[in-house]
Structure formats: C-alpha cells, structure tokens
Write a protein that binds this ligand. Structure first.
Ligand code: AMP
Ligand code: MG
Length: 336
C-alpha cells in the first residue's frame, strides 16, 4: 500500500557519470522512491521503482502528464521479465530474437509481480522491455527490481537523446540523470501487443515490423484495427468500477460512499489525501477506487472535487472515464 508522501521539494538534479559509483548512487536513489533518468539505446528514460505507487506517481508529476497511460517496465533479462509477465511461445521466440533491444512486448501481467497499478493503468496486461544499453543494463542489475520508464521529457515535448536534453526539460523535478552521451537509436522502442490472440503493432519503433513478422512467420494485424487497445480512450472500459460515480461532490447523498480529497473532506469514508497532496492522491487512486467499489456494494461512489492542475488533471481524467456512462448502466441522476 502507498506510504505517506515526503515533501515535494524541488530537488537539485544530480548529474551522475556511468561509473560503478554513479550506477550505485542511481540504484540507491531508485530504491528510496526517487526518480533517475538513464540512457537506453532508444532514448533517455525517466525511471522509477515500478512497485512503488509514490515513485510512479512522481513520474507522472515530473512529466506533467495529463493522463495515466500505462508505462513500459524495464528489466535486465528474460528471466526477470518472466517473473512480471506471462510468456507464451510467440513471446519467448520474439524475446530470444530481439532482446536485449528496442522491442517492447505487451503481455498478460503476473499479479505476483506486485507492480503499482499506476504502471499498467490497472490493466491486466503489462508492457515489458529489456534494453541493450550497457548503462541501462548496469542500473537494472544494481537496482534488482522492475523500473517503470517513459521517455525523460515533459509531456508533449520531443524525446531526449542526450543528458542535456533531459536536464533542459526536467532539471529540479527529478533526483538524478546518468550522463552517458547520446543514444544510438534515437527513436522509441517498437511496441507489440501479445495480450490478445492476434499480435498487434501498437507503436512502430526501433525494430522494423517486417523483422517481427519474419520471426512470427505471419503478417501483423493492421494498425487501426478495431481491437487495438493502446489508445487511452479505449482503455477506459477495462478498469471502470461496478458502482456508479458522481464527481465534484462536497456533500454526499444518503447511502453514497464518499471518496474524499483534502482536509475539507475529513468526514469522507476514504480520503485520497487528507492533506490535499496530489502525488499521494495519485498513488492511492486505483487502490482506493477498488476499495470504494467493494465497499459501495453496487451503490454509488461520490468523489470530492480534485484541483485540476498538476497531477490533478490526470486524476480527473481517470475519474471522468470511470464515471462515463457504460452501455449497461441504468439512467443515473442525483441520489435520493
Ligand atoms: P511511453 O510511456 O511514452 O514510452 O509510451 C508507452 C506506450 O506503451 C504507450 O503508447 C502505451 O499505450 C503503451 N502501453 C504500455 N503498457 C501497455 C499495456 N499494458 N497495454 C497496452 N499498451 C500499453
Ligand atoms: Mg514519450
């Protein structure tokens, strides 16, 4: 479960060199839930402990991402990846052909991996990659745990291929960057979805689709396929609670389960952050939505207003999706 948030102070970002001492320092920072940008063969990644709700919430905060889209989990080798995701024959074949390297596989998640639900957007699948860059390899081995890492740039800006690019966008917002010069590939990893029956190219990248098709022995499902699960809007149906949600509620109705935020909601049944800390609220969001859903027992969850800035935008985006009417929903209105 999430721990209390340490103060969200602006930190001075350390520039580490890729020596054994620099790697050890970076691994120690990750182990305490801090964020470290590191080079991969594609672009610089913004790494955080994938098992820590607070660390992953900090990734979204540092990037100022307006949405909780799922993140890629980085691991040192196939054996470590097998502990996080379920590999079928196709996944085994692709992994042995292209790992380490710029290929990300979306596979069924192993719940025993205990990843933060923020990493997977609470989906039953997880995106996994084994990077080839020697510095990424050294960091993953030193840390000895799964590292969630999107590109190390503010949301909406181009991906960084040098430590200087990382600092230009994120200086003061992350604990450290390991400076190991320019990245070799310079484009993101290819993402292949294998959580459904037909393999789907979810994002073109460093490994050409033709190479994947040659390895699989058949063409990939066309992009834009109706089943394509990667667009955030399409992810919504996977995690919507069974209970109906009412948003922006300062006074819950009779029988409503009140999910609060901040000191004004001191009487809430459950409070995302009693002190009003958005990083703590983000870290708690998926856990508390599930708990509220169980305790509301098919009734209604009333959610307190969340400020619509910083991580609050991503929280509100997710709540709005969870509250959106679903085809099977009965007509809803205010309670009573
Ligand atoms: P970025 O964080 O910018 O590197 O992008 C990660 C990409 O991986 C996004 O396009 C996500 O939609 C995709 N992705 C990550 N995890 C999953 C998942 N569990 N299912 C489908 N797509 C995923
Ligand atoms: Mg990116």
């Amino acid at each position: 479960m999430p721990r209390p948030t340490p103060p969200a102070a602006e930190t001075e970002t350390e520039r580490l060199d890729p020596s054994p001492a620099g790697i050890a320092r970076a691994a120690a920072l990750l182990a305490r839930g801090a964020l470290v940008a590191f080079p991969t063969e594609t672009v610089y990644g913004l790494g955080g402990d994938a098992r820590s709700d607070i660390a992953v919430a900090r990734i979204f905060a540092a990037k100022d991402r307006p949405r909780f889209n799922p993140l890629i989990v980085h691991l040192p080798d196939l054996a470590a990846a097998r502990a996080v995701a379920v590999f079928d024959d196709r996944a085994e074949r692709l992994a042995s052909a292209f790992w380490p390297g710029p290929l990300t596989l979306v596979l069924p998640l192993r719940p025993s991996a205990r990843l933060s639900p923020l990493v997977t957007a609470d989906l039953p699948s997880v995106a996994i990659r084994v990077p080839a860059h020697p510095v990424a390899q050294a960091l993953l081995r030193a840390f000895a745990g799964p590292v969630a890492a999107p590109s190390a740039n503010p949301s909406g800006r181009v991906s960084p291929t040098r430590a200087g690019h990382v600092l230009a966008g994120l200086s003061g917002r992350i604990a450290a960057v390991i400076d190991a010069g320019p990245c070799a590939v310079g484009v993101e990893s290819t993402i292949l979805g294998l959580a459904q029956d037909a393999p789907q190219l979810l994002r073109p990248g460093g490994i050409p689709a033709e190479a994947l098709e040659a390895c699989l022995g058949h063409p990939l499902a066309a992009r834009g396929d109706a089943e394509r699960p990667s667009a955030p809007g399409q992810l919504a149906s996977h995690y919507a609670p069974a209970a109906a949600l009412r948003l922006g509620v300062t006074t819950p109705g009779p029988g409503e389960f009140w999910l609060g935020f901040g000191p004004a909601a001191a009487a809430a049944d459950l409070n995302l952050s009693p002190s009003g800390d958005l990083v703590e609220a983000a870290a708690n969001l998926f856990h508390f939505l599930r708990e509220a859903d169980a305790r509301a027992a098919g009734g209604r969850i009333a959610v307190a207003p969340i400020p619509d800035h910083g991580l609050g935008r991503a929280i509100n985006d997710r709540l709005a999706r969870a509250a959106a009417p679903r085809p099977a929903d009965p007509p809803s209105g205010p309670p009573g």
